[in-house]
Write a protein that binds this ligand. Structure first.
Ligand code: ATP
Ligand code: MG
Length: 311
C-alpha cells in the first residue's frame, strides 16, 4: 500500500507522514479529471505546429546571466541574416523585460489582427518582430492577475509560458528561414524554453569574459545537456573594448585566458559604445565595418551554414 489512505477511519489519530508516494502526479490521474486540459494543450500544440510549419530553423539565444547582450545579439544576428537575404523574424520571449520592439524601432507599432490570428509586423528592413514591447508601453510593468492572492510567484512562470504559447499560435509566421527567439535570463529558464520550444530549436548561449559569467554559462550548458536540443555554441560578448580613435580592440575585463566551456565558441564581439547607442535607439545599421558588427556577421554566417548542413 502507498502511504495512508486519506479519509480512513482513525487516520487523524495516528502519527502519519504524508510520503512523496502519496502525492499524485499527472501520470497517476486517469484521463484528465474532466477538465479537458489534455485536449486543450493538444489543440494549442497543433496550432503552434501548424503556424511554425513554414519556419526552417528556430534558434534561441539564451544565457544563465542577465545583461550580457542576449537581446542585442539576437537583434544584430537577425539584421546580419537579413542583410544576407534570409527571411527572418524575432520572437521576444522576455515577457517582463521585452526589448526587441525597441531594438527594431517598433515599440509603437501595435499588433494587427487578421481573420484568424495576428499579422507578423515587419520593420523597415523586413525583419518580422513579435514583442510584448509593442503592446505594453515602456514605464508600465507586464503584470498577470494573481490567481491566488500573495501567490503570484507560483503561477507566474506558468502564466508566462501560456502567454507565449498563445502568441506563438496566434502569429502568422509564414515562410521563414530563421525564427530567432530572445530568451529571458536564467539557466533554469533556458532549460524550460528548450522543453517549451521543442527539440527542433537550436541554442546559442551568450557570455562575457569574466569567470563569474562563464561559470553561469556552463550551468546553462549543463541544463541543456538534459534536453535533446542542439547547442550550436557560445558567443563571448564584450570581449575587449573597441576604441574608434585608435581603431583597436583593448582589454575590458582582466585577462583570464581561453576557457573551454565544452561547446564551440562561435565568435567574440567587442564592446562598442556605438553599437549600444545604435541598438538602444532602434536605428538600423546599414554597414558592417565596425569590428563588433563584423564579428556578428561572421557568427550569423557560421550559424546559417551549420544549420543548412544536414546533421
Ligand atoms: N557588444 C556590445 N557593445 C556595446 N554595448 C553592448 C554590447 N552588447 C550589449 N550591449 C549593451 O548592453 C546592454 C545590455 O544588453 P542586452 O539588453 O542585450 O542584454 P541582455 O542579456 O538581453 O539583458 P537581459 O538579461 O536583461 O535580457 C544594452 O544597453 C546593450 O546596448
Ligand atoms: Mg534581454
Amino acid at each position: 500500500m502507498r502511504g495512508w489512505p486519506l479519509g480512513k477511519p482513525g487516520f487523524l489519530g495516528r502519527s502519519c507522514v504524508l510520503r512523496y508516494a502519496d502525492v499524485k502526479t499527472y501520470h497517476d490521474i486517469v484521463g484528465d479529471g474532466g477538465s479537458r486540459v489534455a485536449e486543450q494543450v493538444g489543440e494549442l500544440r497543433s496550432r503552434i505546429a501548424a503556424r511554425l510549419a513554414g519556419v526552417r530553423h528556430r534558434v534561441a539565444v539564451g544565457s544563465g546571466k542577465g545583461g550580457v547582450g542576449k537581446s542585442t545579439l539576437t537583434w544584430q544576428l537577425a539584421s546580419a541574416l537579413r542583410r544576407n537575404g534570409a527571411s527572418v523574424a524575432v520572437l521576444d520571449a522576455d515577457i517582463n523585460g521585452p526589448s526587441q520592439a525597441r531594438l527594431a524601432g517598433m515599440h509603437e507599432v501595435p499588433f494587427v489582427p487578421t481573420a484568424d490570428g495576428v499579422a507578423l509586423s515587419r520593420n523597415r528592413d523586413g525583419i518580422g518582430v513579435v514583442s510584448l514591447g509593442s503592446l505594453v508601453p515602456e514605464g508600465e510593468a507586464v503584470d498577470f492577475d494573481n490567481v491566488s492572492k500573495g501567490e503570484s510567484h507560483t503561477w507566474r512562470a506558468t502564466r508566462e509560458f501560456s502567454a507565449m504559447a498563445e502568441l506563438l499560435a496566434a502569429v502568422e509566421w509564414g515562410e521563414l528561414d530563421h525564427l530567432l527567439v530572445d530568451l529571458p535570463p536564467g539557466a533554469e529558464r533556458t532549460f524550460q524554453y528548450a522543453e517549451f520550444l521543442g527539440e527542433q530549436t537550436s541554442f546559442v548561449l551568450v557570455g562575457i569574459p569574466s569567470d563569474l559569467a562563464r561559470g553561469v554559462v556552463t550551468r546553462s550548458v549543463a541544463a541543456l545537456r538534459k534536453t535533446p536540443n542542439r547547442v550550436l555554441g557560445y558567443v563571448e560578448n564584450m570581449s575587449g573594448y573597441y576604441c574608434s580613435e585608435c581603431d583597436d580592440v583593448r582589454p575590458l575585463f582582466p585577462e583570464t585566458g581561453d576557457v573551454n566551456l565544452g561547446i564551440p565558441c562561435l565568435g567574440r564581439i567587442p564592446f562598442d559604445p556605438e553599437l549600444a547607442s545604435i541598438s538602444d535607439s532602434g536605428e538600423s545599421v546599414a554597414e558592417a565595418r565596425r569590428p563588433a558588427l563584423r564579428a556578428v556577421a561572421e557568427i550569423a554566417e557560421s550559424i546559417h551554414s551549420t544549420l543548412e548542413k544536414p546533421r
